[in-house]
Ligand binder design. Sequence first.
Ligand code: PRP
Ligand code: URA
Length: 210
Amino acid sequence: MYKNVIEIKHPLLQHKLTMLRDKNTSSKDFRDLVNEVSMLMAYEVTRNLPVKDIEIETPICKTTGKSLSGLDVAIVPIMRAGMGMVGGMLNLIPNAKVGHIGIYRNEETIEPVEYYCKLPSDISDRLVIVTDPMLATGGSLRDAVTMLKKRGAVNIKAMTLVSTDVGIKEVQSHHPDIEIYTISIDAGLNEKSYIVPGLGDAGDRLFGTK
Ligand code: PRP
Ligand code: URA
């Protein structure tokens, strides 16, 4: 059991994850599945958004209902692969603003390399949801959260599809305050630091670049 890690075991998500893992799934289907899975995960990651009472009138009578209040959301994908998760989340949180962080892994050193950062100007007032399908060694997410904190973000959650124990520990050793939502914690990493069994290179599968 991990503190601050929410492994979502919903059957719909598990079913779709198996399709994502399948190497015979086409890029188009992969994109559609990432979109669907992200929408379902957005439901879970927004579970504790604050609500307030508001008065409304139904066709029958006056009543009090709940309305979202106070806490705005920023979705921040780690490019490239995290961008595949944005559309599905916006379906559920249409008023969210979207920032972008560019980080790629150097293929030889496996160290993350930062190349871009553009965030909403009011990032410090928002719930920031960082998206990236893969949490492997944890370097990319660790550095993305550091970049966000340097720019004022304080309330940060991360959404990944597939994670590893070592990646989670790497992120949490630097950022114990952030919650990580994931569908699976896989067995580990291979000699090239790809997740096993994983789903391969998420960016390449999303964008058809291999
Ligand atoms: C992948 C993935 C994560 C990172 C995870 O990106 O989308 O950002 O690797 O690995 P880590 O936990 O070991 O840092 P990649 O470097 O392939 O870039 P891309 O999305 O542009 O293809
Ligand atoms: N990045 C990916 O896209 N897949 C992995 O398994 C590890 C890092």
